[in-house]
Ligand binder design. Structure first.
Ligand code: NDP
Length: 325
């Protein structure tokens, strides 16, 4: 028997329950990973609330780090005893152990602890595709990153700074300003008290930014549009405040022939080669100290509901992880 967080109906954090589940032996191409740290991601909230639909009843969580405990037939990518992590499911990472297709696993280098891996793999590979592939950031370019103190934000701000960008970041409250400045943001806007687009125009001498990375969604969508320079790109990659309502293509022309994309990590790491490239670049930057991952806030696996309450409260900085009890 294995302990796992599961839920039978969508709702608030209280729907999450620790249950005993039967974990079968890993099948062909599958690997059983004994979890030492489980990543908490905002997508877990969307799954719990039903914004992104899962078939119920279900487990939860897409990301964990741990040790290979058993391998099924035809597994060649990892061996028993390897330290590994995964970040694109299968759903069910909020558990003591899980069976994972070998193609989704990466081996952990010595310089990256299990806690740091669980705190950074999903979020860091997201920062990788956003800054290196969706819109390759150039030195000297002014860019806007929302929720700069969050899990993805913490890594994205440092990564963009290391690429030479002038990073403008938003945060929800004043207490987060020093943290985001230390990460390398040149300018920090407090989204709940300041007019984001007005401040961005002031900072950029009226020009606007060439790209906005927006994970907040509904509350920041128009501010993001209004912060862009002509021909700028809005990358809408999350809905922390709620989903963005449908938009008229005409809006993009009126605001300066803007580009709009709504990407998701799964499309960017759909092959083992893409996964290894993204994870490899991330872990190299963490190992060299270019990206410093703040030690994650830890919760016992059984207290996953409290971790959800914390991340939804907008008071957290950096990442949260669950530790199997
Ligand atoms: P975070 O740690 O960044 O937490 C979310 C943050 O969003 C909060 O800390 C808060 O920061 C901000 N926020 C703004 N409005 C609200 C609101 N109404 N309720 C709650 N939070 C709000 O989470 P993650 O690092 O896990 O994820 C960040 C975002 O990136 C999420 O939207 C997630 O869905 C998205 N994402 C998308 C991926 C993709 O490929 N499309 C992959 C990974 C993540 P503040 O108060 O400072 O504004």
């Amino acid at each position: 028997m294995t302990k796992a967080i599961r839920f039978e109906k969508i709702g608030g954090p209280e729907v999450l329950e620790l249950q005993d589940i039967n974990l079968p032996a890993p099948g062909p191409g599958e690997v059983r990973v004994r979890h030492t740290a489980v990543g908490v991601n905002f997508i877990d909230i969307y799954h719990r609330t039903g914004l992104y639909k899962l078939k119920l009843p279900t487990g939860l969580g897409l990301e964990a780090a741990g040790v290979v405990e058993a391998v099924g037939p035809e597994v060649t990518r990892v061996a028993v005893g390897d330290r590994v992590a995964y970040a694109s499911g299968p759903v069910g990472a909020y558990s003591e152990a899980s069976n994972v297709p070998q193609t989704r696993l990466v081996k952990l280098p010595e310089g990256v602890s299990d806690d740091i891996a669980a705190a950074s793999l999903l979020k860091g590979m997201t920062a990788h595709y956003l800054l290196r592939r969706t819109h390759p950031v150039k030195a000297g370019e002014s860019i806007l990153i929302h929720a700069g103190a969050g899990g993805v934000g913490m890594i994205a701000v440092q990564w963009a700074k290391s690429l030479g960008a002038v990073v403008i970041a938003t945060v929800g409250n004043h207490q987060k300003i020093p943290f985001v400045q230390r990460l390398g943001a040149a300018h920090v806007i407090v989204s709940q008290t300041e007019n984001i687009a007005t401040r961005v125009r002031e900072i950029t001498g009226g020009k606007g930014v060439s790209v906005v990375y927006d994970s907040v969604g509904r509350d920041t969508f128009m501010a993001s549009i209004d912060s862009l320079a002509p021909l700028g790109l809005l990358v809408s990659f999350g809905n922390a405040s709620g989903p963005v309502p449908p938009i008229e293509p005409q809006l993009l022309s009126q605001k300066g022939s803007l580009f709009f994309t709504r990407p998701t990590l799964a499309s960017y790491v759909s092959t083992p080669e893409e996964l290894d490239t993204a994870a490899g670049e991330l872990f190299a930057l963490i190992s060299s100290g270019t990206i410093r991952v703040r030690p994650p806030q830890k919760f016992p696996l059984s207290q996953a509901a409290d971790a959800h309450r914390a991340i939804e409260s907008r008071q957290t900085k950096g990442s949260l992880v669950l530790i199997p009890d």
